[in-house]
Design a protein. Structure first.
Length: 300
């Protein structure tokens, strides 16, 4: 009985947080999910409906419901109880909060394509937020739920980045600059998330940082320096690139910053794509080493 009470308490809290924001529903012209009533299976919807006006109430009720957020969370919660332990309920708790933000580019052609990808059963990928080129922000998952955006990844000693991070996807094919409205919306969203969840500024990083052998997003067009100036992520002091001591170990520095150096070549390329930008070779030049040393001394 007490276990049931715990389920319902936590579930109620999560479900309360899962309610779609009417602001988003009104502001978008993309297909949306109604997690509070009936879920729309976009996969079975007419492709021509994508990008058109939001699905009407009549259309929603005409489509049979699939598993709701409430059902899914309740199912998952059952696995968190150890059957071999006695149960005595504590009364002081809340839900675990995200502590990292991982920024991605979608490598797709439109925000509608990305939303559709995240709603197809077989893709097994998702993100908390998708931001369009026009600055439109679409939330697709409650901040407290675990999105499948990081994949196999590592940062420092953390090997399950999905469990502690929020995933933000920027609509971008990877070969183009990020428009100003998109960056403005991103920074506004980051401001909110940083304050709400007390996320350390060093914990705003990119997908390529945590999966350097597999990923290159966000691309070299992404304005990391500008973000760092707003308090999201790190940047080096360009006016003070002092000489590197002879005993400076660049492998240790990369590892201490967070990079997985088990594939050193990939780690160096990820580092250079982010901080050097104009050269993404696997060779660390004297200038690159000065940048790395500066970052290491400045923040870690
Ligand atoms: Zn990514």
């Amino acid at each position: 009985m007490r276990k049931t009470v715990l389920f319902l308490s936590l579930l109620g809290l999560i479900v309360a947080c899962s309610a779609p924001k009417s602001r988003v529903l009104r502001a978008t012209n993309v297909p949306v999910l109604r997690t509070d009533t009936v879920k729309i299976n976009i996969d079975s919807a007419r492709p021509s409906a994508l990008g058109e006006a939001a699905v009407t109430e009549a259309q929603q009720t005409a489509i049979p419901p699939i598993m709701t957020t409430e059902d899914r969370v309740q199912l998952l919660m059952r696995t968190g109880i150890n059957k071999n332990a006695d149960w005595t309920e504590a009364i002081h708790y809340d839900i675990r909060k995200p502590n990292f933000v991982i920024i991605h580019h979608t490598a797709q052609h439109s925000i509608n394509q990305t939303i559709r990808t995240f709603q197809l059963e077989h893709t097994k990928v998702s993100a908390h937020y998708v931001i369009g080129k026009d600055g439109r922000v679409v939330q697709m998952l409650n901040d407290y739920l675990r999105s499948w955006h990081a994949g196999k990844s590592k940062w420092g000693n953390i090997t399950d980045m999905n469990s502690i991070s929020l995933g933000i996807e920027l609509d971008n094919n990877g070969r183009e600059p990020f428009p100003e409205p998109q960056i403005q919306s991103l920074m506004s969203l980051l401001d909110t998330l940083k304050t709400k969840y007390q996320i350390p500024f060093t914990n705003f990083i990119g997908h390529a940082d945590i999966a350097p052998t597999r990923k290159d997003d966000p691309s070299m067009f992404f304005p990391w320096k500008r973000l760092a100036e707003r308090g999201f992520g790190v940047w080096y002091d360009e006016s003070n690139l002092s000489a590197v001591p002879t005993n400076f170990n660049h492998v240790d520095a990369l590892r201490i910053i967070g990079y997985d150096v088990s594939n050193l070549r990939a780690a160096i390329i990820a580092f250079k794509r982010k901080f050097i930008v104009t050269d993404v070779s696997e060779v660390l030049t004297d200038h690159d080493r000065r940048v790395l040393y500066n970052l290491y001394r400045r923040y870690f």
